[in-house]
Design a protein around this ligand. Structure first.
Ligand SMILES: Nc1ncnc2c1ncn2[C@@H]1O[C@H](COP(=O)(O)OP(=O)(O)OP(=O)(O)O)[C@@H](O)[C@H]1O
Ligand SMILES: O=C(O)[C@H](O)[C@@H](O)[C@H](O)[C@H](O)CO
Length: 168
């Protein structure tokens, strides 16, 4: 989880690969209308995100109920209530969050520096205005998102071995 540009897709891919888990890209489940809004620089509202979060919660629920590898889901999950929706999936405590913590300047730089992505750089400030940091919630690992990818993946793998010990 985290703001646009924090590295959700990059970390998600590497982590899923390292763990042999299935990767789901949360952005692939946005409504077309939501994608158009973000392309044109209009921030999503709670209402825009509501059906999307329902879909992602159902996806997690069904993945948790299916025997097999675990699941890595990339999702901005900017607000506490969004995360609480996702936490409804599976038995209590099954869903954990890795918060990729990045400052505004670096996020903007990263979003401006990539091409072919639907997300408008104009929206980065709004991502930070919307973000409710997850420190203090159950089963959350906070990681400095400027660390090398391999280091973020290693820290997450080691946290997954003892998630409650490192919960903030
Ligand atoms: N740990 C890192 N160190 C340096 N660059 C990184 C790191 N993680 C991601 N990046 C770079 O930052 C940019 C944004 O990364 P990425 O697309 O993974 O973020 P994201 O959170 O999925 O963004 P969005 O939600 O907007 O799709 C990419 O160019 C990526 O290569
Ligand atoms: O909740 C949101 O506002 C969205 O999920 C965004 O965070 C983007 O989809 C994502 O970061 C892609 O750039």
């Amino acid at each position: 989880m985290g703001v646009s540009g924090c590295g959700k897709s990059s970390v998600g891919q590497s982590l899923a690969h390292a763990l042999g888990w299935t990767l789901h890209e949360g952005d692939a489940y946005h409504a077309e209308e939501s994608i158009r809004k973000m392309q044109s620089g209009t921030p999503l509202t709670d209402e825009d995100r509501s059906g999307w979060l329902d879909t992602l919660t159902r996806l997690l629920d069904s993945a948790i109920a299916t025997p097999g590898p675990g699941v890595v889901l990339t999702c901005s999950a900017l607000k506490r209530k969004y995360r609480d929706r996702l936490r409804d999936a599976g038995p209590s405590g099954t869903v954990g969050f890795v918060f990729l913590d990045l400052g505004y300047d670096t996020a903007l730089q990263r979003v401006q520096g990539r091409s072919g992505h639907f997300f408008s750089p104009e929206l980065v400030a709004n991502q930070f205005a919307t973000l409710e940091r997850p420190e203090g919630e159950g089963t959350v690992l906070c990681v400095d998102a400027t660390l090398p990818l391999t280091e973020i993946v290693q820290r997450t793998q080691s946290w997954l071995g003892r998630p409650h010990a490192l919960t903030t």
